[in-house]
Write a protein that binds this ligand. Sequence first.
Ligand code: DGL
Length: 263
Amino acid sequence: MTAPILVFDSGVGGLSVLGPIRALLPGLGIVYAADNAGFPYGTKSEAEIAARVPALLGRLVERYRPQLVVIACNTASTIALAHVRAALDLPIVGTVPAVKPAAERSRTRVIGVLGTAATVRQPYVDRLSAEFASDCLVLRHGSARLVTLAEAKLAGETVTAADVAPELRGLTDQPGGDRLDMVALACTHFPLLAAELAAAAPQPLGFVDGGAGIARRVAHLLGAATGQGVPLPGRAVFTRADPHVDALAPALKGFGLDSTEIL
Ligand code: DGL
């Protein structure tokens, strides 16, 4: 049997990346790791993330021996990807804010980057904007609230368009925001709220994220080592036992994660 891949996030956000990976590579063994003891990442400092993520991934790799790691978290990727690659000797796929596809699809040339506060302030976003969206006005908004709402939704709570609407206004209320037509969902939690965000849009908005591109990248890197096409039961690993983890079990099952353990 081929080794699993490890999909990593602070919480359930990485499921928005796991979904496309499973759709493309159904026979792949999956270990989904959520650092709920360190959640949320988006309000932490660069130094905290840069210290925490490589060390934790080192422990996870030692324990589960994956053939590849997906950092399914924009915050961890934009801050710690280079540190993780330097520390671990296996392929690491990061999550890049979807500025390029947003710019490609924008007709008005006003795009938004909706991520965590930590992600939207990264120089990485400046570089992506300069390289792929130099003729666009790039508006940014950091939202911790959407991260909390995505966790609540997957734990079975009701989340409505009215709950997410103020976060979109964080973009549309900025100068030029009335012309915004594309939004890069630059936090992996946010595609889990795609329906609510679409329903809350105060003007026609398209949303893009990196999930499908990451799945294609994983398929490319693994080549033949992608299993037999038979869906395998995956496992979820959390860094702290917590009632929220129990509440997530039905949603995790929906993503093929049949068992849960604590690191
Ligand atoms: N899902 C993560 C991201 O893509 C971060 C959420 C958080 O822990 O704040 O940025």
